[in-house]
Design a protein around this ligand. Structure first.
Ligand code: ZN
Ligand code: ZN
Length: 372
């Protein structure tokens, strides 16, 4: 991995003393052996196999990516940065339509009616005014908040989200003959609530002999929460268990009852059974909608969870806080905590997670995505 290689190169760097030649008996230089950077998930605070006999049959691995700020190499697995991209291959672009926020001033006599709008009034506005999202009243007056769909005059380049090598990520299963997955998205709001639409590229990394040196910058960025910071990765394989509705009915009910009886602040099945943070593979979480079918638009079979892009790495809970970060206390003013908590700078939904599903059976590996 990039970080490992970087530390090794530091450990073998020789000290120099200008032009002075060393004097005295020659001794072997002391070489500091720095440990490779790893991040390790803690021992789960609940023993799920003891609590829910039979659940062991549903264990499935996921690879936590543990992104951390860094400067990745072109061929490394990483977040953001540059992708190993053939210089003669067109870079993908998007013209939208993108949702652009709008504000419409309300005449004073109407503003009085909207000062404390009844639920029915808000519903009526939502129904009658396309893109209506709310009302804002300040000393300057009252405005209706909304959005309109805009098609860009010039296509805007997508931005790199991640580059993942199968050799680094045990749970990344590339199509036969390829060894590299690249993920890109458009940093703007689109028509639906599934987050920025992703595009995938599967590659044979050895065939990229003349790579593009840098990504073309996007010409339109209206959703800065979709811009990412460059990170190196520290993959770790963990075992996960399914969302309760994906278990057999009786076992799922026991899990649900257990969570319903947990007190506020206690670890429950839902928070312990699936990793927080960026990950490849494993199980999806359905905290916003309950379980939804994610069937392939081509072959209509159930799709596999490919990648989870998460707004935080631990949700402030100790259940998935790496052992190496256990000395940190949640604080948005502590740079060290924020570097561990939100290393990529991305926020999807309301601090949620974007789950990208893929069909590896259909030749064009179609995707679907949802925010939870
Ligand atoms: Zn777009
Ligand atoms: Zn399919």
């Amino acid at each position: 991995m990039a970080a490992t290689a970087r530390y090794r190169s530091q450990s073998t760097r020789h000290r120099t003393t200008g032009n002075k030649r060393p004097t005295g008996p020659r001794r072997p230089a002391k070489v500091a052996i720095l440990p490779a950077v790893t991040f390790t998930s803690p021992v789960p605070p609940l023993d799920l196999r003891s609590l829910f006999p039979g659940i062991e049959a549903f264990g499935r691995t996921a690879t936590r990516l543990h992104p951390r700020a860094g400067t990745p190499g072109l061929s490394d697995s990483h977040v953001a940065g540059m992708l190993l991209w053939p210089a003669d291959e067109p870079w993908p672009t998007c013209r939208g339509p993108h949702l652009v926020p709008t504000e419409t001033s309300v005449p004073a006599e109407v503003a009085a009616l909207l000062k404390t709008p009844r639920v029915e009034m808000t519903a009526l506005l939502r129904e009658r005014i396309p893109g209506f999202t709310g009302i804002r009243t300040t000393e300057a007056g009252t405005v209706l908040l909304g959005s309109e769909a805009v098609t860009e005059p010039i296509p805007s380049p997508l931005v790199p989200v991640a580059q993942l090598r199968a050799a680094d990520i045990p749970d990344l299963h590339c199509p036969v003959g390829t060894d590299l997955l690249q993920v890109l998205w458009c940093p703007n709001r689109h028509h639906d609530s599934a987050g920025p639409p992703v595009q995938l590229r599967w590659r044979v990394s050895s065939t990229v002999v003349d790579p593009l040196p840098a990504p073309p910058p996007p010409t339109v960025v209206r959703a800065e929460q979709y811009l990412l910071r460059s990170c190196v990765l520290h993959p770790e394989q963990v075992t996960e268990y399914p969302w309760w509705q994906e278990l057999p009915a009786e076992l799922g009910r026991r899990v649900r009852d257990f969570d319903d009886n947990c007190q506020l602040g206690e670890h429950d099945y839902s928070s312990v059974s699936r990793a927080r943070g960026w990950k490849v593979g494993g199980y999806a979480t359905w905290a916003l909608t309950d379980l939804l079918p994610m069937d392939c638009p081509g072959c209509h079979r159930s799709m596999d969870l490919l990648l989870t892009v998460d707004s935080s790495e631990s949700e402030g809970s100790s259940a998935w806080l790496p052992v190496e970060d256990s000395h940190l206390r949640p604080s948005r003013t502590d740079p060290e905590w924020m570097a561990a908590y939100q290393p990529t700078g991305v926020s999807v939904g309301r601090e949620g997670r974007l789950q990208v599903f893929v069909c590896m059976t259909c030749p064009d590996t179609p995707t679907r995505q949802i925010i939870q």
